[in-house]
Design a protein around this ligand. Structure first.
Ligand SMILES: Cc1cc2nc3c(=O)[nH]c(=O)nc-3n(C[C@H](O)[C@H](O)[C@H](O)COP(=O)(O)OP(=O)(O)OC[C@H]3O[C@@H](n4cnc5c(N)ncnc54)[C@H](O)[C@@H]3O)c2cc1C
Length: 381
């Protein structure tokens, strides 16, 4: 086997120490069995600077180039799965707050988020609007000093746990387009409830949030009315490329473990790896992991260079998810009966990574984003 080494970074040793000191690998496994939001680890990550890797230092982050953040998140995914690497991205998922929120809101919510003291979520999806986010129906009715929000948000991560959320809605009798509000989740007119049990990423404890004439002050609006999606576009591009780095890290760990296993495990008097039916898929997986990683790195590099990369980031996420799921499926398969059990980490990793094909834009919508770059939409003639 060619020796595999994780991509290096000056912060890699610090990160490895942090992972070990806080037992993130074991905690990630435990959180699958007993789901809950990992507040102590969230606080520790904030205190040690592992939240908001790309967040500018003026807002409490490390201000790393996205390509370096990708290397570190890949490493975190490799060592401890998706949970803490995704948690590290939470300030990235809330970039719109720091980009167009008022100083007061930033002080109250964004800086504490980066410090691991307050959890801020995102609420876009509704029972009647997911991929087609422009169909959002939550209404914001103008009133004295602000707005009243009414409507339901569904499929929401941290529905019960978030201290505040960035909520997307339509201003009644306002401009066309979606508007964005920062809403503390303990306010009047807000009801939150847990829904079902997820296939993976159970720690996010998704649920729904209902707003019934919930009052929010004018200052809670992020940017201008109707411009919500224009603000969030570059954030989505960065986060998709960074998520791709995470999924490939998780898959890479599983591939390395599987390559080792099939070299050691014997059946019919020879190692499993002596069978082409076992060896060849793993050889192909190794090449696909490398290829996908190069594509992700190139995309992250484009972002650092200030180049447009919306289509590439969308493809990075769908490619990484596809490759990772196949690698994880092979990991389960070639570990045999034991691989199917939660005694080994592969089934959880498969379940966790599976969300990558749906959340933050489904694979089909990622293809649509990339296709629109090849064939830009023309106004109807
Ligand atoms: C783990 C997880 C966490 C999530 N967290 C959040 C959160 O915190 N906040 C939030 O707002 N949302 C969250 N979501 C919701 C997620 O963003 C949506 O589920 C996703 O955008 C898809 O929307 P939908 O569920 O309504 O599916 P639909 O839009 O109904 O799509 C169903 C299927 O149809 C396909 N499809 C739709 N339109 C097209 C088209 N034009 N061409 C081809 N195929 C199409 C989709 O790709 C998908 O496969 C989360 C989802 C998951 C799984």
């Amino acid at each position: 086997m060619e020796r595999f080494e994780l991509p290096e970074d000056p912060l890699a040793a610090d990160l490895d120490q942090f992972i070990e000191r806080h037992h993130l690998t074991e905690r990630g496994r435990a959180l699958d069995r007993a789901p809950g939001f990992p507040r102590p680890e969230f606080e520790a990550m904030g205190a040690a600077g592992w939240l908001g890797l790309t967040t500018p230092p003026g807002f409490g982050g490390r201000g790393l180039p996205v390509a370096r953040a990708g290397v570190l998140l890949h490493r975190l995914g490799y060592r401890s799965g998706t949970i803490f690497s995704k948690l590290s991205l939470q300030p990235e998922f809330c970039s719109v707050l720091r980009e167009v929120g008022s100083e007061r809101l930033i002080d109250q919510w964004f800086r504490p988020l980066v410090a691991g003291r307050r959890l801020v979520g995102n609420q876009i999806t509704e029972p009647g609007a997911g991929s087609d986010a422009n169909a959002i129906g939550l209404s914001a009715r103008r009133g004295e000093g602000g707005y009243q929000l009414s409507g339901e948000k569904s499929e929401i991560a941290f529905a019960l746990e978030a201290d505040a959320a960035i909520v997307y809605g339509q201003v009644q009798d306002g401009p066309t387009g979606v508007s964005t509000f920062l809403v503390p989740q303990d306010g009047a007119g807000i009801v939150r409830r847990a829904v079902g049990t997820d296939l993976g990423e159970r720690w996010q404890q998704r649920g729904s949030v209902t707003y019934s004439n919930a009052p929010v002050p004018t200052e809670a609006r992020l940017g201008e009315e109707g411009r919500g999606f224009s603000y969030v576009r570059s954030e989505l591009t960065r986060e998709r490329a960074l998520l791709a780095a995470i999924y490939l890290g998780v898959a890479r760990a599983s591939w390395v473990e599987t390559v080792t296993h099939v070299g050691e495990r014997s059946a019919f008097g020879r190692p499993l790896s002596a069978n082409q039916a076992v060896a060849f898929p793993l050889v192909e997986d190794g090449a696909d992991l490398d290829a996908a990683w190069l594509y992700v790195q190139r995309t992250l590099g484009r972002l650092d260079d200030g180049e447009e990369a919306e289509g590439q980031a969308a493809q990075a996420k769908s490619m990484a998810t596809r490759v990772a799921l196949r690698v994880l499926d092979h990991a389960i398969q070639f570990h045999g009966g034991h691989g199917y059990s939660n005694d080994l980490p592969f089934e959880q990793r498969w379940r966790d990574v599976r969300s990558g094909a749906i959340a933050h834009g489904s694979t089909e919508i990622m293809d649509l984003v990339a296709a629109r770059k090849l064939w830009p939409r023309r106004p109807p003639t």
